[in-house]
Design a protein around this ligand. Sequence first.
Ligand SMILES: [Zn+2]
Length: 243
Amino acid sequence: MSTFPAAPQAVRPRRVVTDRRGGRSRSPYDSFNLGDHVGDDAGDVAANRSRVARELRVPEDRLVWMEQVHGASVAVVDGPQAGPVAATDALVTATPGLVLCVLVADCVPVLIADPVAGVVAAVHAGREGVGKGVVPAALSAMASLGARARNVSALLGPAVCGECYEVPAQMQADVARVAPAAAVRTRAGTPGLDLRAAVADGLRRAGIPEVVQDPRCTVEDPQLFSHRRDGVTGRQAGIVWLG
Ligand SMILES: [Zn+2]
């Protein structure tokens, strides 16, 4: 796991990105798969999720997961959930110790925090979600809990890079209408999408001063899960909480 500690604050946002290493799952989910919807053994996934709680030193019931559907729905949560939050692609909370988790294997995990207001969000930003405006929707929900753009920082975790993400020209044009910075050329010179650049551009346009990008490409880095590279595979997690 890579940790990204923020500057010391009264309420300190904490952010973690997992990778493939250190879990129990067997091929093709080896080994630290946190996705429970990808065909992996349920006991192995549960053991891997327990390890997340242990490493973060939080009770396991404080981990909040989503049933992600590539939409723009946002769920505000204020306590432990009985299961994954249904049909949502962004979690927002102002409750310290509640740990928000987004599962990814090429899509952009966006971990947002306002330490002054004490509000955090975990967002699943893939091609469809970016097109539907899931990140602005999450920012709006954060604002309703008191967050202010000038105090917000965002970490964009590992994702497929623009040089690797080839799409049909029409699809590129459709995304670029909403998120112009997404349109790039791939390494092969074909139409591509750089979703991380698109999300970063949108956050800056929203007035957010601090946007940090984890430069790793999921397709190119064998320590990360990539659906585009491997098809059937696991999921890593982007995790954010007020600790
Ligand atoms: Zn790449």
